[in-house]
Design a protein around this ligand. Sequence first.
Ligand SMILES: Cc1cc2nc3c(=O)[nH]c(=O)nc-3n(C[C@H](O)[C@H](O)[C@H](O)COP(=O)(O)O)c2cc1C
Ligand code: SF4
Ligand code: SF4
Length: 268
Amino acid sequence: MVLFFSTTGNTEYIAKQIAARLNDQTADLLPLIREHDYSDIHSETPFVICAPVYVCEMPGFVAEYLKNARLTGCRDVYFVFTSGGYAGISGPLAGRIVRKKGMRYRGCAELVMPQNYIATNLYDELEDGEIERRIAASSDMVDRIAEIIRSGDDLKSRHKWLLEYAAIIPANPIWQRVMQPVKQFYVTDKCTGCGLCAERCPLKRIQMMPVRASGKVSSYPKWTGRSCAHCMSCIQNCPAGAIEYGNITPGKKRYRFKDYQYAAPESK
Ligand SMILES: Cc1cc2nc3c(=O)[nH]c(=O)nc-3n(C[C@H](O)[C@H](O)[C@H](O)COP(=O)(O)O)c2cc1C
Ligand code: SF4
Ligand code: SF4
């Protein structure tokens, strides 16, 4: 069984490619994460968990889900991470969670895909050619990953240095609290009130607020809480391009894996 979380389609695409090669099923973790639904997931084949990398590790809400989820049947768990180039210590941290559940960590693969974190000035916009190059290179690795899983071997990724643990583990909680505020999200008058941003926020940080005055829309999104995962689902997937983040995103190109041709329609 291939379980995945994805906001802009990179990971969903990879997960579905792996599942097709393994002739196995996929399950989208978004609804389960949103509802804190930890009910049994049974698989006779190895669990393959596919997730993006957020600030050098797997998203906190995916880790939380995995800690609590009841995975029954096969005890082997593989991970496949997609990142913009640096997967940090995602693998070892995932291994720790799996072992605590009494399951077998079978290693991870790290695939470089287009960077989707636009609410920061840390990353340059990628040229279309580079986006295509990364997708093609990662697609080429899918056959090999599936072959290794099918043959029952471990996935191998690069060595992680002690310094990486020492830098990432203490810094991450602070980064997430300080560098990922929600207050800079806002909506422009392009908003149609469709509610998609609220429906797909993994943390349910967005509420649709009714608008009393007569106008073209009946409700607008309002961001709640102090910080969020900055997963970029709301801002990247808004069909009207109506969401901005401070003065960082106006004029920036949005990114979705091939406009979600592979991802959204099948996952509904
Ligand atoms: C909040 C956030 C943090 C990220 N941190 C990293 C990172 O530490 N290293 C990296 O290489 N890419 C990072 N990325 C990029 C994503 O991991 C990458 O684009 C991934 O393929 C997105 O997958 P998706 O389309 O399935 O959501 C980050 C993206 C977001 C939104
Ligand atoms: S997804 Fe975009 S258009 Fe739809 S409610 Fe949210 S901001 Fe408005
Ligand atoms: S508010 Fe937007 S960026 Fe933050 S967690 Fe929700 S969907 Fe992701």
